[in-house]
Write a protein that binds this ligand. Structure first.
Ligand code: FAD
Length: 371
C-alpha cells in the first residue's frame, strides 16, 4: 500500500508528528531503527521551557510560546490516551542563580531577547532571594542562591509516559509502526517516495525526515538541508524525598513521585551515551549549593543521552524545494515543542505547506553564515 505520510524516526519529534498526522485521518507509517540507536527522546529532563529559547532568532521564541500555549489541552488528550497521568504540571519554571554575576547575565539575556522580539519572548520575572524563600517555604535554599528568573507559563512533564502516550495514540488512530528498520535511502517516484530500509521498502505520498542525528544523509537525498551535531547531556535521579520543591527548577526538579532530577550537561561532540564521574559530581555539587539537603540524598540512577543540535541551537523545518512532499524537522527541545509538532506542524505537513510561524526556521538562514 501507499501511505499518505511516512515519518522516519520514532523519537520525541517524529512520534509527535506521526501522532498528529494519523489523528487527523492520514494513513501514516512511523519507521524507527530500534532500541539500540542513539536517541535523545528517552533521556531528557521533561521541561517545557521558554527561558532563553530564541536568542538571535525570535521566531523560535514565538514558536516555543505557541507550543506552551497548546500544552495544557494537549496534555489532557495525552493523559486520556495513556489512561493515566503523564505528570504534566503548569507551575512555571525557576532558573536559580548562584551569584550576582549569574543573575546579571540572565537578566541581560532576557533583555536582549525582549529587544530582539520587540516585546517579551515570554513572561519572565526576576525573583530576589526574599521572594524565592516565600515561594518555596518547605525548603532551605543555600546561602549562595541570590535569586532566580521565573517563567510562570512554563511547565514540566514525565517524558517517558509522554512518549508512551504518543505511541499509544498513534496506534489507537490506526497508525502503522514499522520498527527495527534502518532507513538507508529515500527515492522520489513520481507521485511520492520510496523509503528503503534494511528490511523492506515503504511507499508514501509524503515523507518526514525526523530521525535526529540520523537526518543529514537521508535529508540530502531529497534536497533537504539539516546539519546536526551530537551534544551529550547527563542526568541524575535521587531517591524519593519528602515534597520540598513545588516549582521545578531548570537544573533541579522534584517530580511527583518525590525523586529529584538533577541535570543536565551540554557536551559537544560526544557520541557515546555514557556518564562521567566528573560531570555527575559537578552537577550534584551545584544542586547541593541550591538545596543543601540534597547532599544527604542517595543517588539511585544516572544516565546520558545524545541530543541532535543544529548549528545555532534553533529548530530546523523545511519542505524540500526540489522534492515537494519531503519535509525535515529537528530540534533540541522536543518535549517543549511536542504540542506544536503534534498540532500545527502535523496539520501543515498534511496541507503541504509549513506554517508561517516557522518560515524563519528554515535552513536557508545558514547560507549567509556557512558552518
Ligand atoms: C539529557 C537531556 C535532557 C533534555 N531535556 C530536555 C527538556 O527538558 N526539554 C526538552 O524540550 N527537550 C529536552 N531534551 C531534548 C529532547 O530530548 C530532544 O529534543 C528530542 O528527544 C529530540 O528528538 P528527536 O526525535 O529529534 O531525536 P531522538 O530522540 O534522538 O530520536 C531519533 C530517532 O530516530 C531513529 N533513527 C535514527 N536514524 C534512523 C534511520 N536511519 N532509520 C530509522 N530510524 C532512525 C532513532 O532510532 C531514534 O528513535 C533533552 C535531551 C537530553 C539528551
Amino acid at each position: 500500500m501507499t501511505y499518505d505520510v511516512a515519518v522516519i524516526g520514532g523519537g520525541m519529534v517524529g512520534t509527535a508528528i506521526a501522532y498528529g498526522c494519523t489523528s487527523r485521518g492520514a494513513r501514516t507509517a512511523l519507521l524507527d531503527q530500534g532500541d539500540l540507536s542513539l536517541r535523545a527522546a528517552r533521556a531528557n529532563a521533561g521541561l517545557i521551557y521558554s527561558q532563553g529559547k530564541g536568542e538571535g532568532l525570535p521566531a523560535y521564541a514565538t514558536w516555543t510560546r505557541r507550543s506552551i500555549a497548546l500544552w495544557p489541552e494537549f496534555a489532557e488528550t495525552m493523559a486520556a490516551v495513556a489512561g493515566g497521568t503523564i505528570g504534566f504540571r503548569q507551575r512555571g519554571v525557576l532558573a536559580f542563580c548562584l551569584s550576582e554575576e549569574e543573575l546579571d547575565a540572565r537578566c541581560a539575556l532576557l533583555q536582549r531577547m525582549h529587544n530582539q522580539l520587540g516585546g517579551p519572548a515570554a513572561p519572565v520575572h526576576l525573583v530576589d532571594r526574599h521572594e524565592l524563600d516565600a515561594m518555596l517555604p518547605n525548603v532551605r535554599l543555600g546561602p549562595h542562591v541570590v535569586g532566580a528568573t521565573y517563567s510562570p507559563e512554563d511547565c514540566d512533564v514525565n517524558a517517558l509516559p509522554l512518549l508512551r502516550a504518543l505511541n499509544a495514540g498513534f496506534l489507537q488512530a490506526r497508525g502503522t509502526q514499522l520498527l527495527e528498520r534502518t532507513v538507508t535511502r529515500i527515492a522520489s517516484r513520481g507521485d511520492g517516495f520510496n523509503i528503503v530500509s534494511d528490511r523492506d521498502t515503504t511507499r508514501a505520498t509524503k515523507v518526514v525526515v525526523a530521525c535526529g542525528l540520523g537526518i543529514p544523509p537521508l535529508a540530502e537525498m531529497v534536497g533537504l538541508h539539516a546539519p546536526v551535531r551530537p551534544v551529550r547531556g547527563q542526568m541524575i535521579v535521587t531517591e524519593r524525598l519528602a515534597p520540598m520543591l513545588p516549582i521545578p527548577g531548570s537544573g533541579v526538579r522534584q517530580i511527583h513521585e518525590g525523586v529529584v532530577q538533577i541535570g543536565t550537561t551540554t557536551e559537544e561532540g560526544e557520541t557515546i551515551p555514557a556518564t562521567t564521574v566528573a560531570d555527575l559530581a559537578r552537577m550534584a555539587a551545584r544542586a547541593a549549593q541550591v538545596i543543601p539537603a540534597l547532599a544527604e540524598a542517595r543517588i539511585v540512577r544516572s544516565w546520558a543521552g545524545i541530543r541532535p543540535m543544529t548549528p545555532d541551537g534553533c529548530p530546523i523545518y523545511q519542505q524540500s524545494p526540489s522534492h515537494p512532499g519531503a519535509f525535515v524537522a529537528v530540534c533540541h527541545s522536543g518535549v517543549t515543542l511536542c504540542a506544536a509538532h503534534a498540532g500545527p506542524l502535523a496539520a501543515a505537513i498534511l496541507a503541504g505547506k509549513l506554517p508561517d510561524d516557522v518560515s524563519d526556521l528554515q535552513p536557508d538562514r545558514f547560507d549567509a553564515h556557512p558552518t
